[in-house]
Design a protein around this ligand. Structure first.
Ligand SMILES: Cc1cc2nc3c(=O)[nH]c(=O)nc-3n(C[C@H](O)[C@H](O)[C@H](O)COP(=O)(O)O)c2cc1C
Ligand code: SF4
Length: 238
């Protein structure tokens, strides 16, 4: 009846209220609102759009194939990776920086600040750091990064992409620092995706990531003598 009386092009099905669930937290599974979209699609003559924690092309396809929706909407996923559709189309789904639903973006906006993402520092700063701004260096340096947490890995990812020779040494047997620890908490597994993406991208860009190499005060001299870096980045947490 609503559709008869109004000029409606499509129906976008989104559940939740302003301060909860609408920007679904990470403990909800991807595409959790698909059932709502499906029920509306069964009674609507309009195209029905589904939204909510849809982060991978496979999940998006599965919703469409199941007939839950006519089209998919991405909200936070496009803060995390504005090139989602391009990467999906070109078969580079592994390179997509997936939204982990940490809601740092929401926290920032709801405080009246600019849009931010917990692991895409370029969002809202596209003019300075976005597509096309990364310049290859004319003077490649050898860089040693101490600490394989988010900061060390992000540094390695960008510096290696710019053509520097980067080695990361991490004391633990796994990379990720505090996001790896957070991922071990109940309902916080998604944080592990940050470590996975940063490590994969740093490696793809040519950085060497070494684990099980704690750097102690006494061992530092030996490490520097062996590596002979031009720069040392200490990224051991604040
Ligand atoms: C910063 C931010 C602002 C939002 N503003 C609105 C809004 O004004 N109205 C609305 O219906 N949904 C709003 N949403 C919810 C999104 O449109 C979307 O439904 C929700 O984030 C779930 O999709 P996603 O998992 O792809 O992010 C907002 C979400 C975020 C993160
Ligand atoms: S801060 Fe980034 S990763 Fe977290 S919910 Fe927002 S867009 Fe997703």
């Amino acid at each position: 009846d609503i559709e008869k009386g109004a000029d409606i092009d499509y129906v976008d099905v989104s559940a939740g209220v302003h301060h909860s669930f609408i920007h679904t937290p990470m403990e909800f599974e991807g595409g959790w609102e698909r059932g709502y979209a499906r029920q509306i699609r069964e009674v609507s003559n309009k195209p029905v759009l589904a939204v909510g924690r849809i982060t991978t092309p496979d999940l998006a396809e599965s919703l469409l194939e199941a007939g839950d929706a006519d089209a998919i909407c991405l909200a936070r996923q496009l803060f995390t990776d504005p090139y989602w559709a391009k990467k999906a189309e070109e078969g580079h789904a592994d390179d997509i920086r997936t939204c982990v639903a940490a809601n740092f973006c929401w926290k920032s906006v709801s405080r009246g600040a600019r849009i931010q993402c917990v692991y895409n520092p370029t969002i809202g700063r596209e003019g300075a750091w976005g597509e096309g701004t990364l310049i290859k260096t004319k003077t490649p340096k050898k860089v040693l990064v101490i600490g394989g947490g988010p900061a060390g890995l992000e540094y390695a990812r960008v510096a290696a992409a710019r053509g520097h020779t980067v080695t990361v040494v991490e004391g633990k047997s796994e990379l990720g620092g505090h996001v790896r620890l957070q991922s071990l908490l109940p309902s916080r597994k998604e944080f592990g995706e940050i470590a996975r993406w940063l490590s994969d991208q740093a490696t793809k860009n040519g950085a060497e990531l070494r684990t099980d190499l704690p750097v102690s005060e006494t061992g530092l001299g030996t490490l520097l003598a062996a590596e002979q870096p031009d720069h040392v980045v200490v990224a051991t947490g604040s």
